[in-house]
Design a protein around this ligand. Sequence first.
Ligand SMILES: [Ca+2]
Length: 195
Amino acid sequence: MAEQTVELQPGESRAIAFEAIPHEAKTYQVAVDGLAGSFQATAPPEPEFVVSNLRVEPATGTLLEAVYIYFDVTNIGGPGRSKVRFTVERPSYTGSTNVYFTLDAGEITTYTKRYVLVEVGNYIATVDSLSATFACTAPTPPPPPPPPTFDPWSYDTNGDGVIDTQEMLKAVNDYYAGIITKAQVDQVVALWEQG
Ligand SMILES: [Ca+2]
């Protein structure tokens, strides 16, 4: 209890101030001689967070690439620390965590999460009641090697510098067997005609 004794000369008046810091929300009683008064201390409002603008950039990536998940958090309550629930669901696993923020009343902050794509499929990011989808595609396979260049002289199996009839017929058989193309068999036939 705080107390002050004040002495005054006749006719004198003086304003007396007490500073009181309330540490809990309740009604405090104040008494000065026979006068009584009171004041009410109220608790500050709890922080209350609202999330908005959940987005993922880019919305599609390939395996082991990273995407960035963003959302804004606004404190519509009193100043203080609170949390939002942040979840990422991928094909084989759902990971969930609390993300804590300390914000003044009315303060907005943007949260950024770098997220590496560890499996192919669809993903869902959820923050409180908001959700956003993104996807991981398989890496692009390397292009197939170019077909080996075709040498019609490869049918000159006896190596005499001439495509003989038997050698030409072998090429025709290979064409009908799907081993060489029409254009390739035509090259062999053209050499046979020269022979
Ligand atoms: Ca030959």
